[in-house]
Structures are given as C-alpha cells and as structure tokens.
Design a protein around this ligand. Sequence first.
Ligand code: HEC
Ligand code: HEC
Length: 287
Amino acid sequence: MGKFAQSQTVYCRRIGYLQDMRMLLNPMKWPRFWTGIFALVVCAATQAQNPAYTAPGPASSAGARFTDNMAERTRACTACHGEQGRAGPDGYYPRLAGKPAGYLHNQLRNFAQRRRHYDLMSRLIDPLTDDYLGEMAWYFSSLQLPYPKPTASNTISPERLAKGQQLVTQGDASRGLPACTQCHGARLTGVQPNVPGLLGLPLDYLNAQLGAWQTGQRKAHAPDCMAEIVKRIGPEDLIALSSWLARQALPADTQPAARPPVGPPLPNDLRCGSAPELSGPVAGGKP
Ligand code: HEC
Ligand code: HEC
C-alpha cells in the first residue's frame, strides 16, 4: 500500500473511530462530554505514535456482533492497553484480557470514584454509565490470549526469592499474614468473579500497585483487605515476593479458579469489600 493510501486509511479509521466513540459515549452524562473527547484525542495520538499498533481483530467468539462492536468501541482503551487488551509494550499499561469480569468492573468503578488514580483514563470513563463499564469489563474478561514469558531480571539472591515464594504460598502466621494463594487461588491465576491473578504481571506494575496501597494512593471498596495485607509486609519482603511472582510462568490452565481454595477462615479484619464471597456471609467466614 502506498504511503498516501496508508495515511488515508489511518485517517478514515480515525473518523470511524470517532463515530464509534459517539456510540460509546451515548449513555454519557453530557457536561463531561468535552473532557471525554480530550482524552480520546490524546489516545488517538498515542495510537498513532505506536508503530506496533494494529487494529484489534474480531474476538475469538466469531459471530457475536456485540463482541465485534465492543472491539471497535474499545479502541480508545486498547490504544493504551495493547491490542485486545493484552498489555502495553512497556509494562506500565496493564493487561485486561482474561481477568475476572467482576475485578475489571470494580477497577473501572475505582477509577471513576477516584479510589485509583490515572487521570487520562478516569476522564475517559467518567461519562459512561455503570452498566456500560460492566459491559466493557465483561468483554475484556472474555478474551483468552496467551501470556508472554516472565521478564523480571532485577538482582536478588536465591535466598530472598525463596523467602518471597514462602510468603506467597504459606504466608506468615506470626504477623497475621495469610498466604496470597488463599485469596488469589492455588495457581495464583485469580478467583472468579472478583479476585485478579498475580502471575503474568510485570515487576514494576506489581511494585507500583502494592506501593500504592501502602501510601493510600490505591484503594478498593471498603473494607479494603489489600490495604491491611500490605501493612503486614516490610519493604524487603515486598520486593522478595514481587520478584518471585514476576519470575513465574503461567500454569497450563491460565483461567481464574471457580472458587477460592479451602483453607482456614479469614480473620475478620481481612474481609474484602470488593470480594465478599471470600469470607462467606457470616463474620469470621464459615465454609
Ligand atoms: C491514556 C492511557 C489509557 C487509556 C486510554 C485507558 N487506560 Fe486503563 N489504565 C491505564 C493505566 C496507566 C492503568 C494503570 C494505572 C495504575 O497504575 O493504577 C490503567 C488501568 C486500567 C484497569 C485496571 C487493570 C487492573 O488489572 O487492575 C482497567 C480495568 C482499565 N484500565 C480499563 C480501561 C478501559 C476499559 C479503557 C477504555 C474505556 C481504558 N482503560 C483506557 C491507562 C489507560
Ligand atoms: C484476604 C484476601 C486476600 C489476600 C490474603 C491477598 N489478596 Fe491481593 N487482592 C485481594 C482482592 C480482593 C483484590 C482485588 C482488590 C480490588 O478490587 O481492587 C486483590 C488485589 C491484589 C493486587 C492487584 C492486582 C492487579 O492486577 O492490579 C495485587 C498486586 C495483590 N492483590 C497482591 C497480593 C499479594 C502479593 C498477596 C500476598 C502477600 C495478596 N495479594 C494477598 C485479596 C487478597
């Protein structure tokens, strides 16, 4: 394709893209319209600068018109989050594909309600209704894509990595720290519908998220169990466990588990507002 034709295609795609965004923004609250458009323009520019960008193909469940529309309508998202939400190239824009739908929906609410902070993205979703956030969450959750190989290469001794593994898989009863697996699943691929997996996340992203919980920059629906968890982990142990996590390849079955592993009941001060099913209906958590 000649250069002119190519740029024209890109231009036309942009127009189509803006038309799609009008559909996307249909359920919006009108006064926020222009902030939404501002973010879109920035995203379109990001997309144009990214030579690796290719338009997302139709999702695997071919024939579902809804899905095809969603692929188009979420182009503003995939400009940052990578093709089909497989993550940006630099470890900063997180993967969305295949994460539990309830978790993704909760995160969109967290950005909308400023429990998490990334202004460009928050402004983009501000005009959208909660139902629509749920539809986007469902869409990205339904995309099953292979995970890349782990890339963490920070310097850390084998002893400290072993300590990290121990904290993740067994916790530390002496400081009231449950194993991460107790909530994130025995395979660490998450638990439906609200708990994300901990594998396949870049080291920088893991450190940034755990650090943000420690400083109160990231919050989840109250009661915020992760805020309690990070209080029980010192800086050295935090690096040890994130370094171990970021070195693990995904297991053959990357799907989130249907339910959490059977284990000791979670203490009352570790109830999760965003995943109440982890503790069961009774305080203290009955099986
Ligand atoms: C301008 C870039 C940008 C755009 C556009 C964008 N995002 Fe994001 N998104 C981010 C960044 C950066 C983060 C991580 C922020 C942080 O550090 O907490 C994020 C985080 C998320 C998360 C949380 C992921 C997780 O695993 O916790 C979800 C869900 C999400 N974005 C969905 C969307 C959707 C849906 C759209 C389109 C409506 C969108 N994003 C558009 C940059 C963007
Ligand atoms: C009591 C249950 C529980 C335990 C134990 C727990 N987590 Fe979590 N974790 C959650 C829930 C629920 C979320 C989702 C929070 C939200 O909705 O924002 C979460 C989210 C996270 C996230 C964000 C993932 C992302 O994609 O942004 C990270 C990272 C994390 N946990 C790390 C850990 C580590 C490391 C441990 C072990 C030291 C651990 N968690 C133990 C319940 C738990």
